[in-house]
Design a protein around this ligand. Structure first.
Ligand SMILES: C[S@@+](CC[C@H](N)C(=O)[O-])C[C@H]1O[C@@H](n2cnc3c(N)ncnc32)[C@H](O)[C@@H]1O
Length: 322
């Protein structure tokens, strides 16, 4: 990890575990082990999100291209925020390349490991794609997007936006909207509000992979910040109700215990039953998308959904009212 990121990690852990209630930012899930576990999560029978969005990318690729309104004559930049392993995006890249579109692909991810894997796999599977990865936090990379001279199509898939509170998502939409030019496009993939019986198992699979993914956050703190979390003393505890439309993941302390983090020289106490909030996964509908974009120069131009209506990809364009 770069030293500036390590300092930020220490600061975020210090702040999060000192807060009441305790919390840890979900972006720290993604070290090498976290990336591997997330790839396994995407293949779990309970994790419908990836399958549903992949279906849209596989079955409606021509539709996506048509709705984007792009043509092979005009070069564009395809920027992907939090690209991960890019499996779904590759369906689109393959079609664009086969149809002679001229574009650069700019995946942005906080995980250098994920970007390396993506670039290597593209070199084999789609060697004609010009891939220019950028490592960093997408909130910080936004600013550097401003100056490109080509049309920008920004992909934000996998309901990654759902990791933000509505307030932060609205700020993000506003910031993103301000970096875009009038013919730029935001392609936003979100999970749709649906029943507990479908959503909750996606965060609590029977094979225990999501549990391992959540607990890896404490193991990462042990590894990188020299802490002594006893993983056996914490339990993965997801929650979701259809009324709230928000899935949350927690790590629950199974006993009264103290944990020492050497690199910040701090001890933290956990009561039995006390929870660390580690992730928010907000679910959406049209009204919520309209609400988080109401103060941003973005408006819904069209949308594509999978055959179960579990997942929707919204196409947002710069609105004229701003
Ligand atoms: C849930 S995965 C989804 C990957 C991909 N978008 C998909 O739909 O399959 C989230 C990805 O976003 C990256 N990520 C999470 N928070 C980030 C942040 N603040 N800035 C940049 N990348 C981030 C992670 O490293 C991970 O690769």
């Amino acid at each position: 990890m770069q030293s500036s990121m390590l300092e930020q990690f220490k600061k975020d852990v210090m702040e999060g575990l000192s807060a009441k209630p305790k919390r840890l930012p979900s972006k720290y899930f993604y070290d090498q082990r976290g990336d591997e576990l997330f790839v396994q999560i995407m293949h779990l029978p309970e994790y419908y999100l990836t399958r549903a969005e992949h279906e849209i990318f596989r079955e409606q690729t021509e539709n996506i291209i048509q709705e984007l309104g792009i043509s092979p004559e005009k070069h564009f930049e395809l920027i992907e925020l939090g690209a991960g392993d890019g499996t779904k995006t590759k369906e689109l890249l393959a079609k664009l390349t086969a149809n002679g579109f001229s574009y650069d692909y700019l995946p942005i991810d906080i995980s250098q490991n994920a970007l390396n894997g993506l670039k290597d796999s593209l070199a084999i599977e789609l060697p004609d794609v010009c891939c220019r990865p950028k490592q960093g936090d997408y909130f910080e990379v936004l600013e550097s997007l401003k100056n490109g001279k080509h049309q920008k199509i920004v992909l934000f898939l996998g309901s990654n936006i759902g990791n933000l509170s509505d307030e932060r998502a609205a700020d993000f939409m506003n910031e993103l909207g301000k970096t875009l030019n009038p013919d730029d496009i935001l392609f936003l993939g979100v999970d749709i509000i649906k029943d507990e019986s479908i959503v909750l198992p996606a965060y609590n699979d029977s094979a225990g992979v999501t549990r391992a993914f959540n607990l890896n956050l404490l193991e990462r703190i042990n590894r990188e910040l020299d802490a002594n979390f006893n993983i056996e003393n914490f339990e993965h505890a997801p929650e979701y109700t259809v009324e709230s439309g928000v899935a949350k993941s927690f790590l629950k302390s199974l006993e009264n215990q103290s944990v020492y983090i050497r690199s910040i020289d701090r001890e933290f106490h956990f009561e039995k039953g006390e929870k660390i909030h580690t992730e928010v996964s907000r679910k959406y509908n049209d009204e919520i998308i309209e609400k988080i974009t109401e103060n941003a120069p973005l408006e819904i131009s069209s949308k594509l959904s999978d055959s179960n209506n579990y997942f929707t990809d919204y196409i947002l364009r710069i609105s004229n009212h701003f």
